[in-house]
Design a protein around this ligand. Structure first.
Ligand code: ADP
Ligand code: MG
Length: 620
């Protein structure tokens, strides 16, 4: 048999390797911005077209490259930043792996113009799919301009995998923000489709943060300062009264490199613990400086994950410094921030349980031809207007009926089968005298079934009801919205504005009416009826937070994710006393759901008990 192992051609190897470094346009943006920083530029312009799918261009006024270096820079593992393995542990530059340009050039059409300030002429280089097409002398500004066109042009699968423009641009803004905060001493501009998004002048860190996230930040920041022999800490933390329900602005920079680290995040979050209600997040912009020998930045191709030699001490120091800063800035834990921020628990007027009776018509409904089923069910007062045969407990009831018929015809006595029957909701049984639902500890509803009882988790059940309703509303666009007396305006960061835009079509379908004002304000004119008494801006912020934190999952099915988040926020909460009518309503609505037995998050919403079980336990 002939030998079959071949060395891959460079072009293929580069394409494969590129997959690690360049996942999406934002990855290329990050690498190019970092190269410009490493080249000591103090003005960096980023020009984007079509969220980076058509063009990503970075123009800097840094050191530029010689003709040979310009050519070399596109070789894999070609770098000017380290020389030996030892250097890996004294890295002070952003790059060092020497693979970014090679990777980008392998999957795009790249045009580089570069000139060293001391030279009169520069170099123009065109590389396409990893192959140098032309190299010539040209006149150019000092510094380097790299234009990356048609990213993934030769990897259609990757190109198709890209998300919507809004999502991809959001990723680009994220990367831009990270570099811009890490380097306030550098001016940055960002243009998208010829519109200026940011023009950031050289500034202090505080000014930089304010120009990225808006004026209100000026009063929201408390400085963080600490210097020990293993760690120097600087930057700002957000005052707790401005904590958000969206995770929002949380940044760690290690030796001026943006990093992600959930362990350190925990240190900060826990320092705030007594000051913040659950589910709210402080902003922070924290700079950590450590001896490069005590960290390893080379554990991941994108270099955002870093290993510390002594993570525990850093955790402890960070936590105590944040606490100290909170203390020094007279932020006392005794303040009632819950009150002040109106966080969480939506305020409904007492006794107002805004569920409207509704008619849900299931067009695929097959009534199994049982006359009895539709005629025998007495209508209750509070449900007078409901059309029972179309509406009532369609799945559960039908299943019950089907099983019943099956059982009769087969004469089944199997206890398994019996169990299934017993656990099925039986609407008939609830109407007898003394068979009212009962609320346990303001959390659970106890209700009769024909052959036992069910315990329903009121919050989970309502989440299920709302989730299915919202989902249907979005899909069918038959929303019922409620105009607000006064539009509510909400200030958002630039980044959050991008998120809202991505969410907008589904929000409109759901019944929101939202206007964008300028670059960082939205006005809410109307909300879905189910939410009229809730804190709509809070709910939108939670939604943005979900969107940001779980972007990939969220995008998989955006309508589903929105319905889920909204349902979670708008559902009645555990602890709310419910009237009998409210309980009946909820129970009915739950069993009219297509999947009544679980919350949208997959937890049980109903637990069923058969009389059999009770009899057995009482040894009857
Ligand atoms: P790395 O940054 O890891 O060294 P890159 O592939 O990003 O690898 O870049 C390769 C080399 O090209 C760099 O080491 C640097 O010498 C040079 N280079 C890249 N971009 C620029 C730039 N904007 N200005 C000057 N030199 C650059
Ligand atoms: Mg680089």
């Amino acid at each position: 048999m002939p030998d079959i192992i071949r060395l891959l051609p460079d072009s293929v190897a580069n394409q494969i390797a590129a997959g690690e470094v360049v996942q999406r346009p934002a990855s290329a943006v990050k690498e190019l911005l970092e190269n410009a920083i490493d080249a000591k530029a103090d003005l960096i312009r980023l020009i984007i077209k079509d969220a980076g799918k058509t063009l990503i261009q970075v123009i800097d006024n840094g050191t530029g490259m010689s003709e040979t270096d310009a050519r070399m820079s596109f070789e894999r593992h070609a770098t000017s930043k380290i020389r030996s393995a030892d250097d890996l542990f004294s890295i002070t530059t952003k790059g060092f792996r020497g693979e970014a340009l090679a990777s980008i050039a392998a999957i795009a059409q790249v045009e580089m113009k570069t000139r060293m300030p001391a030279q009169e002429l520069g170099t123009l280089l065109r590389v396409e799919g990893g192959e140098v097409k032309t190299q010539e002398v040209c006149s150019s500004q000092p510094g380097t301009s790299i234009a990356v066109k048609n990213l993934f042009f030769n990897v259609p699968a990757r190109r198709n995998f890209l998300k919507s423009e809004a999502v991809e641009f959001r990723h680009i803004v994220d990367e831009f923000e990270r570099v811009a905060i890490a380097h306030p001493e550098v001016g940055f501009q960002l243009h998208h489709n010829d519109v200026e998004v940011f023009n950031l002048h050289k500034a202090t860190l505080r000014q930089r943060i304010v120009s990225l996230f808006g004026n209100p930040y000026n009063t929201r920041l408390a400085p963080l300062e600490e210097s020990t022999n293993i760690l120097v800490l600087g930057g700002f933390i957000g005052k707790p009264e401005f904590a958000k329900r969206t995770r929002g602005e949380q940044f760690f920079f290690l030796n001026k490199r943006f990093i992600k680290n959930s362990y350190l995040h925990h240190a900060v979050q826990s320092a705030y613990s007594e000051l913040l209600p659950k589910d709210s997040f402080p902003s922070y912009f924290i700079f950590l400086e450590v001896d490069p020998h005590t960290i390893d930045v080379n554990i991941h191709p994108t270099k955002t994950e870093v290993k510390f030699e002594d993570e525990r001490s850093i955790y402890a120091l960070l936590r105590s410094s944040v606490k100290k800063s909170l203390g020094q800035n007279n932020i006392s834990p005794s303040l009632d921030f819950d009150q002040e921020m109106g966080i969480e628990i939506p305020n409904r007027p007492k006794g107002d349980f805004a569920i409207q009776p509704e008619i849900r018509v299931d067009k695929t409904f097959n009534p199994f031809k049982s006359e009895k089923q539709t005629t025998d069910i007495p209508k209750q007062d509070y449900l007078k207007n409901m059309d029972w045969d179309k509406n009532y407990s369609r799945h559960a009831y039908n299943q019950l009926e089907l099983l019943r018929q099956e059982e009769e015809s087969k004469g089944l006595e199997s206890s398994d089968e019996q169990q299934t029957l017993n656990t099925t909701w039986d609407p008939e049984s609830e109407n007898g005298p003394g068979q009212k639902p009962y609320q346990l500890h303001n959390r659970y509803i106890l209700a009769h079934t024909k052959s036992g009882f069910v315990i329903i988790d009121q919050q989970g059940a309502h989440e299920r009801v709302l989730y299915e309703r919202f989902l249907e509303t979005i899909k069918e666009k038959k929303n019922l919205s409620q105009k607000k007396l006064f539009p509510e305006s909400v200030e958002l960061s630039q980044g959050d504005m991008v998120c809202i835009q991505a969410l907008m079509p589904d929000l409109n379908a759901l019944g929101f009416e939202i206007d964008l004002f300028g670059t960082n304000t939205i006005a809410i004119h109307a909300v879905p009826v189910e939410m009229m008494d809730l804190d709509s801006s809070g709910i939108l912020q939670s939604l943005i937070e979900e969107y940001k934190n779980h972007q990939s999952e969220f995008r998989l099915d955006q309508s589903d994710s929105i319905a889920r988040t909204m349902a979670r926020k708008a559902a009645i909460k555990s602890g709310k006393p419910l009237s009998e009518a409210e309980m009946n309503m909820l129970v009915d609505q739950l069993f009219a759901c297509s999947m009544p037995y679980a919350t949208p998050d997959g937890k049980p919403s109903v637990i069923t008990f058969g009389l059999d079980e009770l009899n057995r336990r009482f040894k009857k």
